[in-house]
Write a protein that binds this ligand. Structure first.
Ligand code: HEM
Length: 150
């Protein structure tokens, strides 16, 4: 089933006013894949999806913490950090959409991200070949060293 997300790139104010409960505008929807794409790199405090472009690289808390939240719900992490009022305002200005309340439990928490392939995963090369080569070289050096000292 497709998740419903209120997509409002052209109507940020509509999203914000609907948060206050004063708007009756029917929101348009985004597919789950759009949702994941849009929050790739940037979190979603309070289930909204901030714009990703540019911000990840300049986030004062670093790029990595945001990338770790990709595709998930970073609300808790955002709150845990104790972001300032300025940071909250900044996040509001970046809002491009809102997840439909019924779909909120379908979005993973950062501990169990929905999207694990957005960013480079360690390849078999770095997982197995490099450590194996390092072990082989260490063994060889040890043997050479032991032979020389006999
Ligand atoms: C759109 C979302 C976000 C915005 C606009 C934002 C903005 C900011 C800003 C302005 C600061 C500087 C300190 C402050 O004013 O509070 C900051 C610091 C920080 N942020 Fe974020 N942030 C966002 C999301 C996140 C998320 C999801 C995490 C956690 C996983 C995070 C982790 C941090 C950390 C660790 C710091 C450094 C805190 C410190 O040095 O005291 N941020 N962020």
């Amino acid at each position: 089933m497709e998740s419903n997300i209120t997509d409002c790139p052209r109507s940020r104010s509509r999203t914000r006013s609907s948060q206050r409960g004063s708007s009756s505008t029917t929101p348009s929807t985004m597919s789950p894949s759009s949702w994941r794409r849009r929050c790739a790199g940037v979190c979603l405090p309070e289930y909204q999806v901030p714009r990703t472009s540019g911000f990840v690289a300049v986030h004062p808390g670093g790029e990595e913490v945001l990338r770790e939240q990709a595709g998930g719900d970073a609300t808790e992490s955002f709150e845990d950090v104790g972001h300032s009022t300025d940071a909250r305002e900044m996040a509001k200005d970046m809002i491009i959409g809102e997840l439909h309340p019924e779909d909120r439990d379908k979005i993973a928490k950062p501990e169990a991200p929905l999207v694990t392939t957005l960013y480079d995963e360690p390849s078999w090369w770095s997982t197995w070949v490099i450590p194996a080569l390092a072990a082989a070289i260490a063994t060889l050096l040890y043997r050479i060293y032991s032979q020389e000292s006999e």
